[in-house]
Design a protein around this ligand. Structure first.
Ligand code: UD1
Length: 430
C-alpha cells in the first residue's frame, strides 16, 4: 500500500466521442491585467464575464490587501479602490501568482510609490521583469531592487510619472501592460514601440479607455498613450478566453467529434484555427460567436510558438497532444519560454513517440495512445494531458490539479456536458 497523501485527480476513460456545445468563459489573462487596472481609478469599477478561477481569486486577495473593497455577484465583480492606501503587495500572494506583479504600474502612477516583491520563476521558465522595470525607469521612476522587492518611487515634486518613448527589446505581454497602465496617469505622451499585440493588450486598453484614458494603437506594435490626470468609473465586460476556446477545439479534433464552441471571438482564434485546419480538422464559423469542429484524418504539422499573431505558447502543449496521434512527423518548437516542454515526458507515458532536442520536440504520430497515470507540470500542460486522456485507450489519471484549477473554469463539468467520461476523484491515492 502507498503511504503518500491522497490528492485530487481526474479520471478519464478515453476514446468516447464528444457532442453538443460548450460555452467559453471570460479570459483569465485579460481579467488579471484589468483587475490590476482597476487600481488606476478613484471610483468603482464593475467587471463582468469574470472567470471563476484560483488565479482570479488570488489577484482579488492582492487587491484586497492593498485596501480595495470587492463585491462579487456571480461572474460580475465590483471594485471600490477609493481606500487604496497600501503601496506594498504581500510576498506570499505575489509568489503564488506572477501576474500580481502587474499591480506595480497602477500603484506607482496613482500613489507615487510602489513596493512589489519580485515574482520569481515558475514551472515554464525564469520569467524576469526587467522590461517592466526599464519602462517605469524611462518614465522617471526611481527603482531600487533589494531584499527581493522592487521599490519604485516617482522622482520630482509633481509626484507624477512622465511620458516617454519606450522601445521593448521583446514584445512582452506583461511589460506592455505595466507600461500602458503606468502611462495612463503620467504627464504627457508615452509611445511604446515593439509592443505586444495580444488580444489581452487590446482588452486592457479598451478597459482603460472606458475609464477615460487616451490610448491608441493597441493591437499594433506601436501604442500611444496620452496621460490624463484622473479616470472615472466604468462597467466593462472581459473578452472570451481564447486559450480555453482553443483547448476545446483541440478536444473536438483529437476525439474526432463534431462540437460547438460558443461565446468565442473568431479573430482571436485565427492562429489556432489555421493550425487545426492544416492538421486536418475543419473549423466552421457558425455565427459571430460560435465555431463547429468537423473531424477529419489527422496529419502531422510543424508548430512554432511566437508572440501574437503567431502561434500562442499557451496552446503549444494541447497541440502537441493532438500531434501525438496525427500521422507523420511534426516538429514543435517553443521560442517564447525556455522550459515549456515538460509535458513531453508525461505524454510519453501515454504512449506518445517524442524526442526533445533543445527547445524543439519531434513528435512521431502513433496510431493510438494508451491510458496511464500522469502528473501535470504546469497549467497548459495539464490541459494537454486531459486532452490526450480523452483520446487514449482505457483509463488516464491526471494528478497535479492545482495547475489546472488556476486557469480552467469547471473543465471537467464542461467536458462532461459534451459527453466525455471524466470525473474528479477528490481523494486519489497514487
Ligand atoms: C503572459 C501570459 C502567459 C503567456 C505569455 C506569452 C498573463 C497573466 N500571462 O505572460 O499566459 O504565456 O504572456 O504569451 O497574461 N521576458 C523578459 N523580460 C521581461 C518580461 C518578459 O525576458 O521583463 C521574457 C519572458 O521570460 C518570456 C517572454 O519574455 O520568455 C514572454 O514573456 P511575457 O510576454 O512577458 O509573458 P507574461 O506577460 O509573463
Amino acid at each position: 500500500m502507498s503511504n503518500s497523501t491522497p490528492q485530487p485527480a481526474l479520471e478519464i476513460i478515453g476514446r468516447h466521442s464528444l457532442n453538443g456545445e460548450v460555452k467559453i468563459s471570460g479570459a483569465k489573462n485579460s481579467a488579471l491585467a484589468i483587475m490590476a487596472g482597476t487600481l488606476l481609478c478613484g471610483d468603482d469599477c464593475r467587471l463582468s464575464n469574470m472567470p471563476c478561477l484560483a488565479d482570479i481569486n488570488t489577484m482579488g486577495q492582492v487587491l484586497a490587501s492593498l485596501g480595495v473593497k470587492i463585491k462579487k455577484t456571480g461572474s460580475t465583480w465590483e471594485f471600490n479602490p477609493r481606500d487604496l492606501k497600501a503601496v506594498k503587495a504581500p510576498y506570499d500572494l505575489v509568489s503564488q501568482l506572477r501576474a500580481s506583479f502587474f499591480v506595480i504600474g497602477p500603484i506607482l502612477t496613482r500613489l507615487g510609490v510602489a513596493q512589489v516583491p519580485l515574482p520569481g520563476g515558475c514551472a515554464i521558465g525564469s520569467r524576469p521583469v526587467e522590461l517592466h522595470v526599464r519602462g517605469l525607469q524611462a518614465m522617471g521612476a526611481n527603482v531600487i531592487i533589494e531584499h527581493g522587492v522592487v521599490n519604485a518611487s516617482v522622482k520630482g515634486s509633481s509626484g507624477r510619472l512622465k511620458g516617454a518613448n519606450i522601445f521593448l527589446d521583446y514584445p512582452s505581454v506583461g511589460a506592455t501592460e505595466t507600461i500602458i497602465m503606468a502611462a495612463t496617469l503620467a504627464e504627457g505622451e508615452t509611445v511604446i514601440k515593439n509592443a505586444a499585440k495580444e488580444p489581452e493588450i487590446v482588452d486592457l486598453a479598451n478597459f482603460c479607455n472606458s475609464m477615460g484614458a487616451k490610448i491608441t494603437g493597441a493591437g499594433t506594435d506601436t501604442i500611444i498613450i496620452q496621460g490624463v490626470s484622473r479616470l472615472h468609473s466604468t462597467d466593462y465586460e472581459i473578452i472570451p478566453d481564447r486559450i480555453e476556446a482553443g483547448t476545446f477545439l483541440v478536444a473536438g479534433a483529437i476525439t474526432h467529434s463534431e462540437i460547438l464552441v460558443t461565446s468565442i471571438n473568431y479573430d482571436h482564434l485565427i492562429p489556432a484555427i489555421a493550425k487545426l485546419e492544416e492538421i486536418g480538422c475543419r473549423v466552421l464559423r457558425e455565427d459571430e460567436t460560435t465555431l463547429r469542429t468537423i473531424p477529419g484524418a489527422l496529419k502531422a504539422s510543424d508548430v512554432e510558438t511566437l508572440p501574437h499573431p503567431g502561434f500562442p505558447t499557451d496552446m503549444q502543449a494541447q497541440f502537441m497532444a493532438l500531434l501525438t496521434i496525427s500521422e507523420g512527423n511534426s516538429l514543435v518548437t517553443e521560442t517564447v519560454f525556455e522550459n515549456r516542454l515538460r509535458h513531453v515526458a508525461e505524454l510519453k507515458r501515454l504512449g506518445a513517440n517524442i524526442k526533445v532536442k533543445g527547445n524543439s520536440a519531434l513528435v512521431c504520430g502513433v496510431p493510438m495512445l494508451s491510458g496511464a497515470p500522469v502528473m501535470a507540470t504546469d497549467l497548459r500542460a495539464s490541459a494537454a494531458l486531459v486532452i490526450a486522456g480523452l483520446a487514449a485507450d482505457g483509463k488516464t489519471i491526471v494528478q497535479g490539479l492545482q495547475h489546472l484549477d488556476r486557469g480552467y473554469e469547471n473543465l471537467e463539468q464542461k467536458l462532461q456536458g459534451l459527453g466525455a467520461k471524466i470525473q474528479r476523484l477528490p481523494h486519489y491515492q497514487p
